[in-house]
Design a protein around this ligand. Structure first.
Ligand code: ADP
Length: 242
């Protein structure tokens, strides 16, 4: 395992007097594949928004030796932190390779990026391989299946050398096979990066999580391995009303 870990201390986010994230502590080790679960409104998205700089928060958030809190969104992104949303945002008219090229290409001319080339840059070729879209590299992204678009979006983070990936329900709307392929992809990606996944799909979580944090009403209700959180009476109460 290599890379940087994410350390969150006493994180709080308040909207007009309502506390959406209420003193959260997290220790996510480098190379972790951490699932954030919890009922709707638990504060999962707001927590990720705070880490990526989209909402104001108090407390502390560190990635490796960098302090994130209070920095602008772009600055946080440049530290190697990237996220996906539930709806993939790819350039539909551009090919798979062009999408990856553009993501990788800050500083290169747009025409260089859009030229139809046989030779793709090494990081783009590696990302194509990792996300399993090498055969579709010259197809417009708009014709990709839903799952493939999600993988392309993950690839767009990989070519930017994102080392902390924050993914919002990556398997929502996917077929069984796409879910499995996504799980395997996340395993590979988290070998040398840190991955945090917001997820509602409990079967997917059980199959692929290396660790789990259960959020409830803005707080961490439980944390540990899948087996540990499943055995936690507090978690059973929240999910099953026992
Ligand atoms: P989750 O992702 O776990 O479903 P959210 O982080 O989206 O939960 O929301 C946590 C709570 O914060 C919810 O009660 C939600 O209504 C509230 N909330 C989220 N964003 C805002 C906002 N911009 N303004 C006011 N309340 C918000």
């Amino acid at each position: 395992m290599s890379g940087e870990g994410l350390t969150v201390r006493d994180l709080r986010v308040t909207f007009d007097g309502f506390t959406a994230v209420d003193g959260v502590d997290l220790d996510i080790r480098p190379g972790d594949l951490r699932f954030l679960i919890g009922p709707n409104g638990a504060g999962k998205t707001t927590l990720v928004d705070a880490v990526t700089g989209l909402v104001k928060a108090t407390g502390s958030v560190r990635f490796g030796d960098q302090d994130l809190l209070g920095r602008p969104v772009q600055k946080i992104a440049r530290l190697g932190i990237g996220r996906t949303f539930q709806t993939a945002t790819v350039f539909e008219e551009l090919t798979v390779v062009q999408n990856l090229d553009i993501a990788a290409g800050a500083g290169r001319g747009i025409w260089t990026m859009l030229r139809r080339r046989k030779d793709v840059p090494e990081p783009v070729a590696r990302a194509l391989e990792t996300i399993g879209l090498s055969d579709l590299r010259d197809r417009p992204a708009g014709v990709l299946a839903h799952g493939q678009k999600q993988w392309l979006e993950i690839g767009m983070l990989l070519v930017q050398d994102v080392r902390l990936l924050l993914l919002d329900e990556p398997v929502a709307g996917m077929s069984h096979d796409e879910r499995e392929a996504t799980g395997e992809l996340l395993r590979r990606v988290s070998e040398d990066r840190t991955v945090v996944v917001i997820e509602h799909d409990m079967d997917f979580m059980r199959a692929y999580a290396r660790s789990v944090s259960v959020l409830h009403a803005g707080k961490v209700l439980s944390e540990g391995s899948v087996a540990e959180v499943q055995a936690d009476a507090k978690v059973q109460e929240v999910y099953l009303g026992r």
